[in-house]
Design a protein around this ligand. Structure first.
Ligand code: SF4
Length: 477
């Protein structure tokens, strides 16, 4: 079964302007949310899907913009949380005249597939997005309106979802799940005639659109010739915004729930320095790229010099990519090989290395080894995210417990013992993790409005008690 995190976009021009060049630019601005595949959909045509980065097809953009010329379109960049990385899993998907692009994970998809003839899905073609689309189309045919279909479907689905939809009418729709796990924002071009919905405001900036607001959890927005219409398909008031978006996933230029991600990360670093005031350090360095603002905040709060002791080799094939969202371990290792220590900066120093998360330990182990080889005298690693101990069923790719660095054969260990085990595994002299309260305070969102399930194991915001599976079982590989 295939499940996704990813980035989604929907654009509509009420003046009939071809929005495809803007759609491509906005997908490029969401590339950090998915590097495996991308796609676009316009009315009355099968979606166009491609493997790899959007920018790899730059020489085709002109032709794509002409062949798919449309004033209404949706798009998608893919990062698989579950399932193989193949073209047929790329999105948008089309079922009857409904195209759909999805950011999130539906975790009760087997149950849902039984409502739409589960036996028609094979392990190769099944995806949570496809099952949702099939169910949605059947609910629309029974109930007439998308908002009514969603208000039924929300009670049947367990998981996180931001959708963009496209109909042949033509209209563009967008919906955000009732708890707001994943981000979704609304924007408008200065001309007042082009409207955009996207996973992050970085996609709005890329086309010169202004951020209007976050889409409210439980809201359905429609763009059509009649302008913008909005309806609620859920009255849920409690929130569970993904805390991992703020430390790692989102683009630093984006604004989410009223907070700029760069500013928020810098503040996270400051709060972390108060938690771990390591006074005898010579230098604070970030693991490039997402930890840079936090390392800067940490160094400023501590009054210790900030420098770049690690550089990403942007000229290597995999160097510019993000290692965590690569689906295969071999690719993650390849990316980490191209994080290069600068001996002249770190030799004989006690270095505080700031990183945004420690998931599998692959990056941390490789980086610490490289820093030691380059002469670091002492290495303290501080992590802006709490220890990740539980799988995410809401859209981020740490699906099995056993692949997490914190995993020990059973759960009867204290946090101190787990941290000591990880410290030993990665070879750091000191390891300090953030905690949910400190992180929520730094972000500036009440802790009970955020999701910390992967740190706490409390799945109540999803309403499930999962039985943990192995990565192979989850991936179907
Ligand atoms: S479990 Fe963790 S990664 Fe998943 S949505 Fe919650 S905070 Fe985000």
């Amino acid at each position: 079964m295939v499940k996704e995190n990813c980035g989604v976009v929907g654009i509509f021009s009420s003046e009939g302007v071809n929005v495809i060049p803007m759609l491509i630019d906005s997908l490029r601005a969401l590339q950090h949310r998915g590097q495996e595949a991308w796609g676009i959909a316009i009315p009355h045509k099968s979606p166009l899907k491609k493997i790899g980065l959007v920018s790899s097809y730059a020489s085709d953009f002109k032709k794509i913009s002409e062949d798919y010329s449309s004033f209404a379109a949706i798009g998608h960049v893919r990062y698989s949380t579950i399932g193989k990385s193949e073209l047929f899993n790329a999105q948008p998907l089309k079922v009857k005249d409904l195209c759909i692009a999805h950011n999130g994970t539906i975790s009760n998809v087997d149950e849902l597939s039984n409502m739409v003839g589960g036996c028609s899905f094979t392990p190769q073609n099944a995806s949570d997005t496809l099952v949702v689309a099939e169910r949605l189309v059947s609910l629309i045919s029974e109930n007439g309106k998308l908002v009514d279909a969603l208000s039924i479907l929300k009670n049947e689905m367990v998981g996180s979802y931001c959708f963009t939809f496209l109909t042949d009418e033509p209209s563009v729709f967008a919906a955000r799940d009732p708890r707001g796990f994943r981000p979704l924002v609304l924007g408008e071009k200065k001309d007042g005639a082009t409207h955009i919905i996207a996973s992050e405001s970085s996609a709005l900036s890329a086309i010169g659109a202004e951020l209007k607001r976050d889409v409210t959890p439980g809201e359905l927005i429609k763009f059509s010739k009649n302008g913008i219409e909005t309806e609620m398909f859920s009255k849920e008031v409690s929130r569970a915004h993904c805390s991992f978006e703020f430390t790692y996933f989102a683009h630093p230029s984006s604004k989410m729930e009223g907070t700029n991600i760069y500013v928020s990360r810098k503040r996270i670093g400051r709060y972390l320095a108060k938690k771990f005031p390591i006074k005898d350090a010579d230098l604070v360095i970030p693991v490039p790229d997402s930890a840079r603002p936090a390392a800067l905040g940490y160094a400023q709060e501590l009054g210790v010099q900030f420098d770049e002791g690690l550089l990403k080799d942007r000229y290597s094939k995999k160097g510019p990519l993000r290692s965590f969202i690569e689906p295969h371990q071999i690719d993650r290792i390849e990316i980490n090989r191209w994080i290069i220590p600068i001996r002249e900066i770190i030799e004989n120093k006690h270095v505080i290395v700031v990183d945004d998360s420690l998931v599998r330990g692959t990056s941390s182990r490789a980086i610490i080894k490289a820093l030691r080889k380059a002469g670091a005298r002492k290495i303290s690693l501080v992590i802006t995210y709490p220890p990740i101990k539980f799988p995410c069923y809401a859209g981020i790719d740490f699906p099995s417990q056993e692949e997490l660095a914190t995993y020990i054969d059973n759960n009867n260990y204290t946090d101190e013992q787990i941290i000591e085990k990880v410290r030993n595994d990665i070879g750091a002299d000191f390891l300090g993790y953030n905690d949910p309260e400190n992180l929520a305070n730094a972000i500036g969102i009440p802790i009970d409005s955020m999701c910390f399930t992967c740190a706490t194991g409390n799945y109540s915001s999803l309403g499930i008690k999962p039985e943990f599976k192995t990565r192979e079982e989850m991936k179907g590989v």
